[in-house]
Write a protein that binds this ligand. Sequence first.
Ligand code: ADP
Ligand code: MG
Length: 273
Amino acid sequence: MPRPPKRRVIAVANQKGGVGKTTSVVNLAVALALHGNRVMVIDLDPQGNASTGLGVEHGAGTPSVYEGLVDGIPVEQIAQRVEGIPSLQCIPATIDLAGAEVELVNVVAREGRLQKMIDGFSGELDYVLIDCPPSLGLLTVNALVAAAEVLVPIQCEYYALEGLGQLLRNIELVKAHLNSRLRVSTILLTMYDKRTKLADQVEQEVRGHFSELVLDSVVPRSVRLSEAPGYGQSIMTYDPGSRGATSYFEAAEEIARRGAKLSRRQQTNKGGN
Ligand code: ADP
Ligand code: MG
């Protein structure tokens, strides 16, 4: 897997709950880290599922992303190492984060708090993956301001595309007013059940609509994937030979390759000007 020439900050967003945001963040982060990338996961969902999935302490009172956003505590003091995966760190979310959406309203530059927090971290990182909550509120806006890329997981199920228009409009709004670099770089199809016609229909529709943004690799519906977080593990460590693990490895590889291609293109464009 090629390492990116500079830090890639990717918000994993979809305001629908249960589409595989957290599962994708955890497993892509581990896959990228196991291939030599330095990765930081930021858990931005008060439910703290990404913290649980990575086996990171996030009980009440644990220094967390809340202190980073609201009190301006530096990343060094809130990030934790993920056990067993040397180049992976996680900034956990505790239940305190549930109040942040309201508390941030009266804070200066409230949409840019996460960006400031990340930019203030001088440690070497190849990827920052932000696990967004299932809403389009201030926390998600903070993620969209901090990131240059959005990865949208889409569940291959009924109503998969419902609400997607609203997400895309919000991304355009943030792009127009707060973060001109922002773009949807990646769409990942999740919970694909090959026995159903529906999954295939959703896949065709999404590929027809978003063409090259959609990763070739599709994550299958798999019980192993849903069991792993119960052990504080990713699928890579829980069941490395499973189809779920392979699919996330391939997705991570595609993300890495596409990033490398993109930065080459940007360099070429610069050279031509
Ligand atoms: P979100 O973060 O978007 O709410 P999650 O990643 O938490 O979604 O996934 C929702 C639920 O579905 C979780 O219980 C998770 O373990 C399960 N899940 C996620 N991806 C898969 C999959 N590919 N196959 C089976 N279960 C999955
Ligand atoms: Mg989640």
